[in-house]
Ligand binder design. Structure first.
Ligand SMILES: Nc1nc2c(ncn2[C@@H]2O[C@H](COP(=O)(O)OP(=O)(O)OP(=O)(O)O)[C@@H](O)[C@H]2O)c(=O)[nH]1
Ligand SMILES: [Mg+2]
Length: 359
């Protein structure tokens, strides 16, 4: 899974990116080239399992974060999206708009002044126009092709593209359109931007820490109808904090009154908007967190570990993390009746510990 940090120039994307990728202090602040970093998803539950099983290694789930150079003013004094920018944006499973709310006269804002609502609407409009033009072209082409051929695949595609086109024409992003799995499959090759899950991360200056909740509520009320998670963060301070060790970080965050790190918020929100959850495998070799979609059944989850596990699936031994911690061992869980054997249709829950039986 890859999430993209998208926004206008100087909104704090690269600063945020660096707080997420603290394990790679050598990453440059590139203004020209997009950078991808694999970020370890912290999970206290996995840390606790590692303490219990003492395996040779712990493997956290990972998520890829893509830092995309922002939109800037071109020579004709306009801020325009470029094909290269769009390509970078399309290349993600979910998007975070990174929006500037900090004030600093010495740092240029390509649209002139600080106005988070305007910036959010600017991005939404540009992406909507991009989708609209793609859908319009596709619709024209389908109309022509369907006059000549009776291809079943094209016939099925037409109403889906038309439905999306009419939705975008009403200035509504595609993420607000109800689409079933078949329709989504038909659309999957087009990389429509407003169909991607979205969250908004707003970068506040340090003197906003005490008022940030109010400011976020204010922004939400002005974005009525835009039903996406909105999270505040403090890029500049958090970059400094991310250089410290975990204990120091906690102390300073408390001092500043920052309740949760940008890293945690971004990852938690990514799981939420992408509909993801984690399950665990444990043992002497490794304790590991795996990422799956929320409605995955036991066989699909097994397939994430290994395709052989999918093909040769027999049953899954299941204990939930909370039960395991409560009872302390698999045998105690068996005695308590919380250890179960489940078939392939079992819907895996966030925090399940699985052992796959296969032949
Ligand atoms: N004063 C202040 N400066 C900040 C804050 N956040 C980021 N900056 C500064 O703003 C400048 C731009 O930040 P970047 O993180 O490089 O912005 P960006 O969104 O990656 O910009 P582009 O890559 O050009 O799109 C840097 O000099 C940062 O140090 C903040 O909260 N307060
Ligand atoms: Mg940058």
């Amino acid at each position: 899974m890859q999430i993209g940090l998208v926004g206008l120039q100087n909104s704090g994307k690269s600063t945020l990116f660096h707080t997420l990728s603290k394990n790679s202090p050598n990453l440059g602040f590139s203004r020209e080239e997009a950078l991808v970093e694999v970020v370890k998803v912290p999970d206290e539950r996995l840390d606790n399992l590692t303490k219990i099983f003492n395996p040779k290694k712990q493997v956290n789930a990972t998520i890829e974060v893509f830092d995309i150079p922002g939109l800037r003013m071109s020579e004709d004094k306009k801020v325009k999206i470029t094909p290269a920018f769009l390509n970078n944006v399309k290349n993600n499973d979910a998007l975070f708009y990174v929006i500037r709310a900090f004030h600093d006269e010495s740092i240029v804002h390509p649209l002139g002044n600080i106005d988070p609502i305007r910036d959010i609407k600017f991005l939404e409009t540009e992406f909507l126009l991009s989708d609209l033009s793609l859908l319009e072209n596709r619709l024209e082409k389908l109309k022509k092709d369907l006059q000549k051929s009776k291809d079943e695949k094209l016939k099925r595609e037409f109403p889906v593209i038309e439905k999306c086109f009419l939705h975008c024409e009403k200035e509504l992003p595609l993420r607000t359109l109800n689409l079933d799995d078949n329709e989504l499959k038909i659309l999957s090759g087009f990389q429509l931007i407003t169909l991607k899950p979205l969250a908004i991360a707003i970068n506040f200056g340090e003197n906003s820490i005490s008022t940030v909740e109010e400011e976020i509520e204010n922004i939400k009320s002005k974005l009525n109808g835009m039903n996406v998670p909105i999270i505040p963060f403090f890029a500049k301070i958090e970059l400094e904090l991310s250089q410290l060790n975990e204990d120091e970080q906690k102390i300073f965050m408390e001092d500043y009154g920052i309740k949760e790190s940008a890293l945690n918020k971004i990852l938690r929100t990514s799981y939420e908007i992408l509909g993801l959850q984690s399950f665990f495998t444990v043992g002497e070799d490794e304790c590991r967190a795996w990422t799956i979609k929320k409605n995955y059944n036991a066989q699909q989850a097994a397939g994430v570990i290994h395709s052989d596990f999918y093909n040769r699936f027999i049953r899954a031994e299941v204990v939930h993390y909370n039960d395991f911690i409560k009872y302390g061992s698999f045998s105690k869980c068996k005695e308590a009746g919380v250890w179960r054997l489940e078939g392939k249709e079992y819907i895996v829950k966030d925090g399940d510990i699985l052992t796959i039986r296969h032949n």
